[in-house]
Design a protein around this ligand. Structure first.
Ligand code: FMN
Length: 192
């Protein structure tokens, strides 16, 4: 059985580095054959600031962009958020993208690839955990946190990581597989 893993890039500004980090992570994730992977870029998805009139738990969406986003997230069994840290928090794009939906996120695991200066984006990860747990998701403690991440970007704009970072990515992905499997079973049992 393959689990649908959605890797989500949260940064959207011009000259962002998020896609460079995400590409590196994607290559490692593709070696995990339990996953069928899709890369989602919040810049391309381009959700406006939350503009639905009804509470998302009702799933009465009025906008095409929300219906499309709902379908994309609904089919996911696991997520990885690739997040920078802005002012000790996650970028607002992630909060906005999460607020649009409710049921679609429930009982699904999420791992983090964070990057930044000294903190390696760890404060952004902690910031994300409040909405994530409120939405009934399982945030993994195993994460990839990359301090001084620009040191790993070469002149061709390719991320060249240390072995320890690759190891932390694999540890996280293995745990993500376990959680994806357990929570999919849980969701399916609840439907019976
Ligand atoms: C608005 C803004 C706030 C930032 N705040 C932080 C911060 O709190 N901690 C940190 O480690 N880096 C911070 N940085 C530096 C980012 O780590 C760096 O710019 C990184 O490239 C941002 O990711 P992005 O290029 O994918 O947008 C900040 C950058 C911006 C643009």
């Amino acid at each position: 059985m393959k689990y649908k893993l959605k890797v989500i890039i949260g940064s959207t500004r011009p000259s962002r580095k998020g896609p460079i980090v995400a590409e590196w992570f994607l290559k490692i994730a593709q070696q995990h054959s339990d996953f069928e992977i899709e890369l989602l870029d919040l810049k391309e998805i381009d959700l406006p600031l939350m503009n639905e009139p009804n509470h998302p738990s009702m799933r009465q969406y009025t906008n095409e962009h929300t219906k499309k986003w709902s379908k994309t997230i609904d089919e996911g069994d696991a997520f990885v958020f690739v997040t920078p840290e802005y002012n000790y928090c996650a970028p607002a794009t992630f909060k906005n993208a999460m607020d649009y939906l409710f049921q679609e996120w429930q009982e699904k695991p999420v791992g983090f690839v964070s990057y930044g200066g000294l903190s390696g984006g760890t404060r952004a990860v902690q910031d994300l955990k409040a909405p994530i747990t409120t939405l009934g998701m399982m945030p993994l403690p195993q994460a990839v946190n990359i301090p001084f991440f620009t040191n790993f970007i070469n002149e061709d704009s390719v991320f060249e990581a240390k072995e320890s970072l690759e190891k932390s990515a694999n540890v996280m992905l293995n745990k993500l597989t376990d959680w994806a499997k357990a929570l999919k079973e849980m969701r399916e049992n609840a439907k019976k």
